[in-house]
Design a protein around this ligand. Structure first.
Ligand code: ASP
Length: 322
């Protein structure tokens, strides 16, 4: 058994570890862990308390993947529901589809009686308001809902450096491998923008025959590089988990233009090995790790790899902190 989750999984991983030790199925255990993170308003990039889009609304993305059936469930641009990871799980369990977005995802969430709540909390509302007052032209402020957003979208900001989507990977006592993600995505994003977290193959992928991978950071990069699927495919082709992640980093070196920023790639193989690389990260980037021999989950530093980047860096949301 093994669990790897990112820094945002601090409060969730003890729940996942306890459930796995007690024999729970991996998907049940990682869904439960992520629900704890989604409920924590202090995690400003996931669930309740997440960052809003340009219009000031919180839109959530989430996904799950069962590596033994290769079934997936994902939701994107979902407003007003507090546990998108569980809605994604129910897409997998109850529909012949894999991915629902926007109004359709909300309709499905209502139909299954998913929990609702106010996702925009005072800290995020105040940061957004501060940005709005400082950056939105007076002529647009009056009719913001209908204003042109393309230029403002260039202001999409990096959710607090080192604070990301939450991603969980695990292999359970049956050797089944699974992955799950949940996020509010980038702050001040264009309404309807999907990051990589709900895009299976970009932000996550799991295949019990080989391993699993999940990413955080600039989803635009992992969507373009197909990162999570690539890492698992490289393992299928015979690479170690470390080589597979490094090869996926090499793929990112080919990306030119667009949003080039930070990405953290988390991966496990089917023998209990793991590797985590923070592309353009900092030495503070860490992740959580647990195997049954440990009394409790522990943090480990990610391996930092810089790739060349001559495009302008997005600003940190810190500059708009209320
Ligand atoms: N990967 C997420 C996205 O692009 C954001 C993050 O991990 O911070 O929406």
């Amino acid at each position: 058994m093994i669990i790897v989750c990112n820094n945002e999984g601090t409060k969730g991983i003890p729940v996942t570890a306890r459930m796995l030790s007690e024999g729970a199925r991996g998907l049940d255990a990682i869904e439960a862990g992520i629900r704890v993170v989604e409920d924590d308003p202090d995690v400003r990039t996931v669930g309740t308390g997440g960052w809003p889009n340009l219009l000031g609304a919180v839109e959530l993305d989430a996904s799950v993947m069962c590596g033994s059936t290769l079934r997936t469930g994902a939701v994107g641009a979902l407003k007003g529901f507090t546990h998108p990871v569980s809605i994604a799980r129910q897409v997998m369990a109850r529909l012949p589809h894999e991915f629902l977005v926007g109004e359709g995802a909300a309709r499905f969430a209502r139909e299954i009686g998913a929990e609702t709540g106010d996702l925009l909390r005072p800290h995020s509302r105040e940061s957004w308001q501060k940005w709005f007052d400082a950056r939105v032209k007076a002529e647009h402020q009056k009719s913001w809902a209908d204003a042109p957003l393309i230029d403002y979208c260039q202001e999409a900001v990096d959710p607090e450096i080192g604070k990301d989507t939450t991603v969980f990977l695990c292999m359970d006592s049956h050797h089944d491998i699974s992955s799950a993600t949940s996020t509010s995505g980038w702050g001040w994003k264009y309404p309807g923008r999907l990051g990589d977290s709900p895009v299976i193959g970009a932000g996550s992928y799991a295949d019990t025959r080989y391993g699993a991978c999940a990413c955080t950071g600039a989803g635009e990069m992992t969507i373009r590089a197909g990162t999570a699927r690539a890492v698992v495919l490289y393992m299928k082709m015979g690479m170690s988990v470390q080589q597979a992640v490094e090869e996926a980093v090499n793929d990112m070196r080919a990306l030119k233009g667009g949003l080039i920023s930070r990405v953290t790639i988390h991966a496990i193989d089917n023998r209990g090995n793991h590797h985590v690389v923070a592309v353009n990260g900092t030495p503070e980037n860490y992740y959580w790790f647990w195997v049954p021999a440990m009394a409790r989950p522990e943090t480990r530093p990610a391996t930092v790899i810089q790739i060349s980047d001559d495009t302008p860096k997005p600003r940190s949301v810190d500059s708009f902190k209320a």
